[in-house]
Design a protein around this ligand. Structure first.
Ligand code: PLP
Length: 431
């Protein structure tokens, strides 16, 4: 973290850490055991035993109060070769990439998230998404800094208005952890602080207020949940005051990389602005921990409909072995899988881009084999601002007389009588 952002962070309104060191302890199973806490009830956050061991080893003298404090997690993000190599043995390739100056995207990982892959090798899924490799520096054909053409659909800075009835409000360029395949690497992590200049928000809010067609606002970034409670409440209350804004959505990776942020105080704020939806960026079943489960439970208990967005990543989650448990695990946490994206053609992320056909096969491995609620929609966000295009495996195989021919999830053939549609399809086939 730069000195400027460190300063900005410290000057932000502080969140009080949970009362005294004696007021809570953590059992091995991650269940909080309050003692001596008759008076004040601190925001109890679970700490998994594996995490406890990790923090004790790599952050000596730190306390459970600190581990469970999201500001401590942000302040102690690992950002440099020196910091990261103290915790994991870097491969020569990772070492070279981390040492290279002028990388496209800064490096930052919260202690919590690093602990999820610290014991795993350089090719392990979460490690590949966070620790740069030299492949990042070899852009391939068709890659662009702004592959979705968001800047062309941006009427004011920090706002993308592509679809008629919804707008994307990029409220901050800061994330607690930077994904190496970030579609907004052109802007994230560049500024000196989490808060953009006041006039940026004002312009975006004014645009939304004077555009009655916008009924759904997606607050994203960066990660908007890295903002302070006060800043989040400011944005939400301003949006809620606009009569035509029916729905507010938050786009975030916080429950996966910084679950400590989902405090009772934050949740209390969020639930004042219903209907409020949340889309959570999830990558791999290794992210599903007691900590993230607690974050999801708090959000779901507050009545916030939770959806997931996952990027299909080569060597990370591009197999049913990763994706099936991820989607089932999300559903168990009351998160409805929403989108599975093909990785955008963003500069330096070519090594993460899996073929669309792999995505189709993953959807096939889910559909029929597990709960329909656990099947996300596979989409390609079209280069140049075309928007999201859904892609489905084909189950309708053809026509036979007045019947439609279907092949089910097991590969068996079934007929369904539908003369009108059969005639239409024959017409298409002849045309
Ligand atoms: C994805 C996206 C949205 C929201 O799309 P939904 O399909 O409604 O989730 C809105 N604006 C932009 C620019 C987007 O990329």
């Amino acid at each position: 973290m730069t000195q400027a952002s460190e300063a900005a962070e410290q000057s932000a309104a502080p969140i009080e850490p949970p009362s005294s060191p004696l007021s809570l302890a953590f059992s091995r199973r991650g269940r909080p055991t309050p003692f001596g806490a008759q008076t004040r009830k601190p925001p109890v956050m679970v700490v998994d035993a594996a995490r406890e061991a990790f923090y004790s080893t790599h952050f000596p003298n730190s306390t459970a109060e600190q581990w469970t404090d999201w500001r401590w997690q942000i302040r102690n993000r690992l950002t440099s070769v020196a910091q990261i190599s103290r915790v994991i043995a870097l491969s020569p390739d990772e070492l070279m990439a981390l040492s290279a100056k002028g990388g496209r995207l800064p490096v930052a990982v919260t202690p919590y998230y690093l602990s999820l892959f610290a014991a795993q090798g350089p090719q392990s899924p979460l490690r590949r998404t966070m620790i740069p490799s030299m492949a990042e520096f070899t852009p391939s054909e068709c890659e662009a800094a702004d592959p979705l053409g968001e800047e062309d659909d941006s009427p004011v800075p920090g706002l993308v208005h592509r679809y008629p009835d919804r707008a994307l409000f990029l409220a901050t360029d800061f994330c607690s952890a930077y994904c190496r395949y970030c579609t907004r690497s052109r802007r994230v992590g560049k500024g000196p602080s989490r808060m953009p200049a006041a006039h940026v928000w004002e312009q975006a809010l004014a645009y939304i207020a004077r555009t009655p067609a916008i009924r759904d606002v997606i607050v994203s970034g960066g990660d908007p949940l890295t903002l302070s409670d006060r800043a989040i409440e400011h944005i939400l209350s301003r949006l809620r005051a606009i009569p035509h804004v029916e729905v507010i959505r938050l786009g975030t990776k916080t429950p996966m990389v910084l679950p400590q942020r989902i405090t009772p105080a934050l949740v209390k704020i969020l639930k004042r602005y219903h209907p409020l939806w949340m889309s959570v960026h999830c990558t791999h079943p290794d992210e599903l921990t007691p900590e993230s489960a607690q974050a999801f439970a708090r959000l779901a208990d507050a009545g916030i409909p939770l959806g997931s967005q996952t990027v299909l990543l080569s060597g990370v989650n591009d197999s049913p072995a990763a994706m099936v448990p991820l989607m089932r695990g999300l559903m168990k946490n009351r998160v409805r899988p929403y989108y599975l994206y093909q990785c955008d053609q963003v500069r330096g992320a070519g090594h993460f881009r899996a073929p669309l056909a792999t995505g189709v096969e993953i959807i096939r491995s889910l559909r029929g084999h597990t709960s329909g609620y656990a099947v996300p929609q596979l989409v390609v966000d079209l280069p140049g601002g075309g928007g999201k295009a859904p892609v489905l495996p084909e189950y309708l195989a053809g026509v036979s007389g007045d019947d439609l021919v279907f092949v089910n999830y097991e590969g068996r053939t079934f007929l369904s009588r539908d003369p009108a549609t059969a005639a239409l399809m024959r017409g298409h086939a002849e045309a």
